[in-house]
Design a protein around this ligand. Sequence first.
Ligand SMILES: Cc1cc2nc3c(=O)[nH]c(=O)nc-3n(C[C@H](O)[C@H](O)[C@H](O)COP(=O)(O)OP(=O)(O)OC[C@H]3O[C@@H](n4cnc5c(N)ncnc54)[C@H](O)[C@@H]3O)c2cc1C
Length: 398
Amino acid sequence: MKKYDFIIAGGGMAGLSLAYYLLQSPLRDRRILILDRDQKNRNDRTWCFWERDPREPLSPRINQRLAATRPFESILFRSWKSISFHGTTYSGLLDMGRYRYKMLRGIDFYSFMEAELAKWPNVEQKQATIQRIKDTPQGGFIIADDEPYIADYIFDSTFALKLDQPENHNLLQHFKGWVIQTKSPCFDPQRPEIMDFRVEQHGDCRFLYVLPFDEHTALVEFTLFNDTLLTDAEYEADLRQYIDRYLPTGGYVICETEYGVIPMSDEPTQENPSEHIIRIGTAGGFTKPSTGYTFQRTQRYLQTIVKNLTDTGKPNRKEPWFKRRFKFYDSIFLNVLEKHRYPADDIFTRIYTENPRRVFKFLDEDTYFLEELRLFATMPFWPFLSAFFDVLRRKVVG
Ligand SMILES: Cc1cc2nc3c(=O)[nH]c(=O)nc-3n(C[C@H](O)[C@H](O)[C@H](O)COP(=O)(O)OP(=O)(O)OC[C@H]3O[C@@H](n4cnc5c(N)ncnc54)[C@H](O)[C@@H]3O)c2cc1C
């Protein structure tokens, strides 16, 4: 049985990013095996995220964070200085301050990684289905396509979360989108619409977003935060209705389709389930429960894992205790949504319009407590207070 230093189970966003960071570190000569059942040669998703503009003079702490996604700066598909929002009482541009909203296409990320990894003879990539991952005294043990492998550490991005435990909030962010090409120029390439709530809410949280590539082309996506997936026909009906009602396309063709489901769950995840196994990406709980955003957090966490491995020989990442308050905030927010305590379109309108700039820092979990209190003060008091006590009851009292 061949022994590796590191086996990366699942060569998707987190697995490939980890391999990249390892190869940029003093551990670059280690034997690495990446296992994935798929060939990553399709544009199967688009990642959007925000980050601060590096040209500004920034504190060393923020600068360190900025470095996390720098490798992908050259392959970004779009980067926007301003974004727009359509809520219940406001429609227009949002002031992002020094933040930029960025878009990276899956296929560009996979091609970049393929080219980078090909430079290293110590990196092996195998297309195989993983059947078993197990810890042993000799290391992490894995079986893929009936072949056994062993490594000092297995980084697993294939573990499936349970998402059915009653003490947790288990919402889903699910969406279907089309890249459309229109006859008439109807998009402003400088203004992505990150949330447009002009769609029937049905007591849920439902919105469209429109990411323009040029005046004629955009990704238009219908997104829901709830616990019930729709049929294809239902997603498409809302997409079609929105396009017909609000976009003067003059006719359009659908060039690409994107569908996805992201867990919005506060299920306690085990990033380090045993000595030689570390879970990463969605499997490791790197998805922000209240937003579904995963890309940027994964980059940030993986950099810490590689730094720990380099400095101490152990990858285990420890969350500072004072950072854990953000998990509690996420649970409260999910509780408000799950229990329909207040219309979600109005909550998002308050979040974005009454907390310009602060909101992105807050979602990045970079705010100070006082800033958080200011943001909470813009939320409807009773619904959030009820959610606070319900979360205490479910999570703490039990
Ligand atoms: C369509 C879509 C759009 C998204 N957009 C955004 C966004 O805009 N911003 C954002 O922050 N997040 C977004 N996300 C959420 C998140 O960033 C992605 O899901 C991201 O790909 C998660 O990375 P990952 O490595 O955890 O999982 P993946 O990228 O899915 O990688 C897991 C890999 O494991 C492989 N695998 C699984 N099981 C096995 C097995 N048994 N054997 C072998 N291989 C296996 C899979 O083939 C896959 O390649 C999106 C998700 C989807 C689905």
